[in-house]
Each structure stands twice: as structure tokens, then as C-alpha cells.
Design a protein around this ligand. Structure first.
Ligand code: OGA
Ligand code: MN
Length: 198
């Protein structure tokens, strides 16, 4: 698959990659519904920080999450998890990262919610190796809606601001890149995961 090759090359050269339109809108819309139904049913919980996600600090992180193991995956989620599995195998073949499994959750940021600048690898758990974020927002998401991912390819240079357009896939080495979620003025949706090594 073409885009997979580009992702692998980008990860090899830079350690990060942004692919707008990775998932076609029809599939993004189906996945959005599979996120919003359990959300409407109250199945999400406030995201925590640190290992075990035990501490809730909404001033640091304002999203609500639903781990995919907690639900019976619908067809759109199953199809996306298969794509992630393809990515895992190809990354392992090309980059020898030894990625073993994926932990994934849907994330819903309410209006005004963000996530302060952080790295994805916890001090007490160094297994998270490759982060993947797939945005599930409506196609009419605009710049004024905010919610950009502020991403530092180089910690000493200006960050990028990546709009969370539905279907965009962002992937990066979890321990290397500082990033931050800017508050949005509407609900902001994603499927986010971390490939882990042993
Ligand atoms: C995270 C995170 C970024 C985003 O969940 O750790 O940084 O754009 N998410 O949702
Ligand atoms: Mn993060």
C-alpha cells in the first residue's frame, strides 16, 4: 500500500509523519459513529495521566477516553485496527522497532479541553514506542475551530500546528517529540494508540 511506504520512509528519516486523508471520508464517518454512539451512552471516562491512567488532572488533560478493549468493536474500528496491524508489521520489518502490541482508545475533547505539552513515554513505563493518532472530526472542521496538535519536530525550533482534520493520521516516536493539544471550540474526536515493545 502506497501511503504505508511513505509513512515508513518518513519515520525512518525523521521519526514522525503526518498524512492528511489517510482514511477516506466514508470510513472516517463510519468510525466517527462508532466513537459517538458509546460516547452518547456514557461509556467514556475522564482520561488520567501517568501509568495506569490513575490520576485525573483536567487542567493538564481535558479529554474523555474509551479503550477499545472495553467495547465490542464495530466493522469500521475492526478495519482500522487491521490497518494499524499492517503498519506495525511493516514498521518492524523496516525499522526493527520490535513493536509487540497496540493500546488504543477513542478520545473526545469537550469544547475548551486541551492537553498540555508532553511526551508520550511515561517515566515509569518505557514500553510505548510509536504513537498513532487518527482524527475523526467532521469534514467541515475549520481553522477557527482550533484544536490543533502543536508538534515540535525539534524542541528548540518553532512547532508545527496540525489541524485535526478527519482522516488525518499522525504518527511519531513516542519518546522523542513534545506535543500539545490546543483547546477547540467544538467537540474534538480521535482514535489514538501506542505501539508498545516488550
Ligand atoms: C495524547 C495526545 C494528541 C491529539 O493523547 O497523548 O497527545 O492530537 N493526543 O489528540
Ligand atoms: Mn500525547
Amino acid at each position: 500500500m502506497e501511503p504505508m511506504e511513505n509513512i515508513i520512509e518518513s519515520l525512518a528519516d525523521y521519526g514522525w509523519c503526518v498524512v492528511p486523508g489517510f482514511l477516506p471520508e466514508a470510513e472516517t464517518a463510519a468510525l466517527r459513529v462508532e466513537c459517538l454512539l458509546p460516547h452518547a451512552a456514557g461509556a467514556f471516562h475522564a482520561a488520567g495521566i501517568g501509568r495506569g491512567q490513575a490520576r485525573i488532572r483536567s487542567e493538564i488533560r481535558g479529554d474523555h477516553v474509551l479503550w477499545v478493549e472495553e467495547i465490542k468493536a464495530g466493522p469500521a474500528l475492526r478495519a482500522m485496527l487491521e490497518r494499524f496491524e499492517t503498519l506495525r508489521r511493516e514498521v518492524n520489518q523496516a525499522l526493527f522497532l520490535g513493536l509487540l502490541d497496540l493500546e488504543t482508545h477513542f478520545a473526545v475533547y469537550p469544547p475548551g479541553g486541551g492537553y498540555q505539552r508532553h511526551l508520550d513515554r511515561f517515566r515509569d513505563d518505557d514500553r510505548r514506542s510509536l504513537t498513532v493518532i487518527l482524527y475523526l472530526n467532521e469534514p467541515d472542521w475549520s481553522e477557527e475551530d482550533g484544536g490543533q496538535l502543536r508538534f515540535w519536530p525539534d524542541p528548540d525550533a518553532a512547532p508545527l500546528e496540525i489541524p485535526p482534520a478527519g482522516g488525518t493520521l499522525v504518527t511519531f516516536l513516542s519518546d522523542r517529540f513534545w506535543h500539545e493539544v490546543l483547546p477547540a471550540n467544538r467537540q474534538r474526536l480521535s482514535l489514538t494508540g501506542w505501539f508498545r515493545r516488550r
